[in-house]
Design a protein around this ligand. Structure first.
Ligand code: UN1
Length: 490
């Protein structure tokens, strides 16, 4: 069988693991195995499933250091951020486990007597998942834990840049008691992903990645039959800084939001929109801080910014910066691929601030997925909010201000799935819904209590215990002075 290698993006000659390139036939076999295992899994009571998910969280927490080192080595994250990625999976396990002993639906009063109405959830069967490398433990956990709690089997195709993290995550699930065949991992590139998306045995599909790939996945998914389809497709996230903001806080937030994870979060801050009165000072300070950030081996605790995922990714980012300059932007700091001083051979890109960016520039409208912050000039704050909303994405946004009224008006006006006040655009917590508006997705939200909805079908149940035919909408209004249908004799 053909194989591929996952490598350390800081030192691409260091192989993290070698994995098979699965074809459509292998995907078919994986779906069949997951479907078989799912039938007995779905018969377990929900709290029993929850206990296994909680145990998976405990195992990942026990092995947090090893997971963190692996995430850092395979995805290039600095250690503290790799630890955050792993912690997010632990949090998710324990949160989802709690949902296994919480309300599962609603009871609703019937319009007729002697009749009960409630909703419950049922598994869909096999869920297909296509996950990215940038949160190689957290994102599989957002999808796999709720899918399992809902009683499903899983076939997951992780990014070819993070197969080892996914395998380690699934091994923890199996150690916790998840039946071995219930979660299948398929590896490779576009072929297994396309086969999974189009597989008729896959009843729900969850994809996190880019807009173009997400669209292809959606079309493939719908061609072979209806699916519960959830898409999370990135962002062009803006930070708005009002003149009354705490500038120290805004500088810290912009630096972490834009350059944390080397700018490779869907939620990364990629646009800065500041009031003209404070813009120059704010940008100067961000530029100074960006220039001080230390690039290098992400496993060295003194390093601030690790590599981007591949050399071709670094080239792509360099191309976007060059195109921005052609359109009239200025590189205030960064803008370069680094190959010296501890960055030899790896894919490193300097934290970059571009000034003089206009809303119609390509760099102001398209996701970079790299450490590049575009500074846009605006006339006033109404203009700022219009610029925030002018892109096709709608994932995350931040507003910095000390004025509570202005903050809440901005929260109302901004068209994104997530808004932060006095905090950067990154850092979502798992008990809350995660996802975005417009081209960022298709209306679904991940995580939080909504996670279950992604992977289950609602079933509405009516039980009539009156012993006779009662007609909804017809037998509802009793005759003048009479008892409502179904309540006689009480
Ligand atoms: C992503 O970038 O795909 O909110 C996920 C955050 C993280 C998750 C990001 N908790 O930045």
């Amino acid at each position: 069988m053909t194989t591929f290698r996952s490598v350390n993006p800081a030192r691409p000659d260091e192989v993290v693991g070698e994995y098979p390139v699965h074809d459509a036939e292998a995907v078919d076999a994986a779906v069949a195995r997951a479907a078989r295992a799912q039938r007995s899994w779905a018969r377990r009571p929900v709290p029993a499933r929850a206990d296994i998910i909680a145990a998976a969280g405990t195992i990942i927490s026990r092995d947090k250091d090893a997971f963190t080192a692996l995430v850092s080595r395979e995805a290039g994250k600095v250690l503290v951020e790799a630890g955050g990625d792993v912690q997010e999976a632990v949090d998710m396990a324990w949160f989802v486990a709690g949902q296994g002993r919480a309300a599962w639906g609603a009871t609703v009063p019937s319009e007729l007597g002697d009749k009960l109405c409630w909703t419950t959830r049922q598994p869909v069967g096999v869920v297909g998942m296509i996950t990215p490398w940038n949160f190689p433990v957290a994102i599989p956990s957002w999808k796999i834990f709720p899918a399992l709690l809902a009683g499903n089997g899983v076939v997951i195709k992780p990014s070819e840049h993070a197969p080892a993290c996914c395998e380690a995550f699934v091994a923890a699930c199996v150690e916790a008691g998840v039946p071995a065949d219930l979660v299948q991992v398929v590896h490779g590139f576009a072929e297994p992903a396309a086969a999974l998306a189009a597989h008729p045995g896959v009843r729900a599909l969850s994809f996190t990645g880019s807009v173009p790939t997400g669209r292809k996945v959606a079309v493939a998914a719908m061609e072979t039959g209806p699916r519960l389809l959830s898409l999370e497709l990135g962002g062009k996230n803006a930070m708005v800084v009002r003149a009354d903001a705490d500038l120290d806080l805004a500088v810290e937030g912009a630096v972490f939001g834009a350059f944390g994870t080397s700018g490779q979060r869907c939620t990364s801050t990629s646009r800065l929109i500041a009031h003209p009165d404070i813009a120059a000072e704010l940008v100067d300070r961000i530029v100074k801080r960006a220039a001080e950030l230390r690039l290098g081996d992400p496993q060295d605790p003194s390093v601030d910014v690790g590599p981007v995922i591949t050399g071709s990714s670094a080239e792509r980012i360099a191309g976007m910066v060059a195109a921005a300059v052609d359109e009239g932007a200025t590189v205030a700091t960064g803008g370069e691929i680094v190959t010296a001083d501890g960055c030899e051979g790896g894919a490193f890109f300097t934290p970059t601030v571009l000034t003089g960016v206009r809303p119609d520039h390509h760099i102001a409208r398209h996701e970079v997925f790299g450490p590049v912050l575009a500074v846009l000039e605006v006339a006033d704050m109404d203009d700022a909010l219009a610029v925030v909303n002018s892109v096709e994405y709608g994932l995350s946004a931040a507003v910095y201000t000390r004025d509570i009224n202005a903050a809440l008006r901005a929260v109302d006006a901004i068209d994104t799935g997530i808004v932060y006040v006095n905090a950067p655009t990154i850092g979502a917590e798992i008990p809350l819904p995660f996802g975005g508006t417009k081209h960022t997705g298709n209306g679904f939200r991940e995580a939080g209590s909504r996670g279950i909805e992604q992977f289950s079908e609602v079933k509405t149940v009516y039980v009539d215990y009156s012993g006779r035919l009662q007609k909804a909408q017809i037998d509802t209004h009793p005759p003048e002075g009479g008892a409502p249908a179904g309540t006689e004799g009480r």
